[in-house]
Design a protein around this ligand. Sequence first.
Ligand code: NBX
Length: 814
Amino acid sequence: MTEITAPKSPVTADQFADEIREQLKYAQNVTAEQATAADVYVAASKAVRNHLADAWFKTQADTVNGNTKAVGYLSAEFLMGKQLENALLNAGLTEQFDKAVEALGFQPKDIIDAEYEPGLGNGGLGRLAACFIDSLASLGVPAFGYGIQYKYGIFKQTFDENGKQVETPDYWLNNEEPWGHIDYNRDQKVSFGGEVVEENGKKVWKPAWSVRAVPVDYLVPGYASGRVNTLRLWTAKSYDEFDLLAFNRSEYMDAVKPQVKAENISKILYPEDSTKVGKELRLEQQYFFVSASLHDAIRVFYPGQDKPDLTTFPDKITFQLNDTHPVIGIPELMRILIDEYGYDWDTAWTVTQKTFNYTCHTLLPEALEVWPASLIGELLPRHLEIIKKINEQFEDELKGKGIDDKTIEDMRIYTGDAVRMAYLATYGGSHVNGVAELHSQLLKDVTLKNFSDAYPTKFTNVTNGVTPRRFVKLANPGLSDLITEGLGTDKWISDLELLKGLVPLAKDDEFVKKFAAVKAANKHAFVGFAKDHYGIDVDENTLFNTMVKRLHEYKRQSLKILLVISQYAALKNGTLNAEEILPRTVFFGAKAAPGYYLAKMTIELINNVSKVINNDPDVKGKLAVYMLPNYNIEMAQNLIPATELDEQISQAGKEASGTGNMKFALNGALTVGTLDGANVEIREKVGAENFFLFGMTVDEVEKLYADGYDPAKYYEADPRLKQAVDLVANGTFSNGDRNAYAPLVADWLTKDWFMALADFSSYADIQAQIEKLYRDPLEWNRKALLNVANSGYFSSDRSIEDYLERIWHTGPLA
Ligand code: NBX
């Protein structure tokens, strides 16, 4: 007997159909007969939202009145993905919904698909925030996600006829959006600019302009916890909608200027740019959402109190800083406590330090935000003063610890002309964590070494995780059913370590064959998805080999495309005979930051390699390559379950964690990867024999840098690599134009900062192992199943439990 514990609402399908009809009639103002799929989507979303309302109110009340410290997750990005299916799952209404929409004459899938995916994040960091708030709610921990409701999310990516990336704005609010509720009555005022004056011996900030921060609330339903938390995304509005004087002078454009200036703040998500800094609007965004959120938390936890005792603030809520983006919250809380509530510096500092913790998501020094002091001074003059004073206190503290002047200089938060946000976060909070074991170790040993020496107990690790609800249960229903069958229970959905119970089943050939059949069905389904969405004909009788993530040199999409080119060349040369050839389909998905030249050129190259290979009759049925446009959560949910081989091939010591790697392992793909980020832990858990490892280690990379790296040597030494680079250089993928990729080729041969060429040989060599194993489907699938069985650790529920224990020191509501 299979034990089913998934939530199930007592509402019947008929009742739910009536609720949808009611929404259609009174909210959408269409009859059931007139309704389109888009209407039914909105109506069903509102109906399911209503089902969550009582649990939401109760959770809010318990959060404020209970004695459990809440978590505030401050993040500039929440990459949520589509909401309806997840809300139905957590409300226990999936089956009723399916029947109800069928009764209304629709296919459930068409209604789910009618939702427009919000793209309020760039990649891993934003998706992690979304997984974390899902897990917090599912564990019953009182929590708020705080961020920005951008009008325009991450750009939409298409390719022009030359294969170049084209970015178009993503105006995701073009249609009715049923999930967010704008609450004009819980607004906050956020001010900027002006000057600081002394009045009666007190510093007083006289700002020059203000915007109105209005919250838009999203429900965050937990799975089987009965709890619904809040994601509060701020939108910027102007206080003076309209300058009537200017309007009367017929200066129409000027009349709306204040509105435009204010509303610009939440207009657009910055596409991740790890190299450029100094964007005024970005600092405005950061301060905007952080200031509004801190004030909001005070409003929530001290309702109606003019003189709240804010020394208890850190007992009410702990704020996690998701990377450096919200770090301006540290001086802002100091300012609130001192200027708005009259606390002395030391009390304010104690409260502030207790309130914040910082998660770092990078190892690239250029990705740690550093703001010009002049910019902070202009935009937030009072904060700059506070930062300077924090820095003075910090330097004194370091002197007191006997640290030498040179080291103190290296550690300064305020350098005289810049403010280092990572250092401010490290000093201003209680804990600092990296996002995988290796990453946290490297933070301590390299990136933040001086800080870890001075404050060793601040540093800890919390390895990332992903939510099993979205990325297994919803994305892979076939595998979910098989897991439930194998374990005899569906409890794994909220206790992912139970997947371990599948380990013995890897010895059962019949079960392994069922597992293989699920993968085959997922591949088949993806062929349909690819046809519908991209108009391509994918051959499902090939190995599905995927590399999806942001385009970045350190992630080394170049290494993968060079390998593909060398495989193509081997097929063309006849170096491989027909029996040796393992038919493969390679899928890439990646957005490049719009200003990132080499990344964009790599996309263009992949597209043109794809054109040549896919149109070459000599390799038909043996090799195909696709650069799928606009990689997003929806694509991930469809492609990951269909993938058999996943690429995690960053240079060792560069990928902080990776979370795609976890999603693939949980969905039964084998990984080919380097010893980087969370790959290290994945390999440990799933077993070295179930992971294709290649490439240099962190130490080997360091040694090679130190010895002087010359990529041309590697090019000369491996004929496979030489041939691949030569084919790019000689115009094979650019209609004979030898200049098309010259900058890329020159970079590979003279610089290759992330050492793709040095790792090429071991990467090419391991392919033989991959191909050999794939020819034995039973053994391949046994290993893939063991990946699933041993990846329960990578649930974001486990990550949150680690945060609770190591950093937040709180837990579920009673
Ligand atoms: O955060 C990513 C890391 O690269 C991954 O290794 C890690 O798994 C993931 C979650 O911890 N970082 C990331 O996604 N960064 C950004 O998206 C980003 C956004 C804006 C920005 C800088 C980086 N200014």
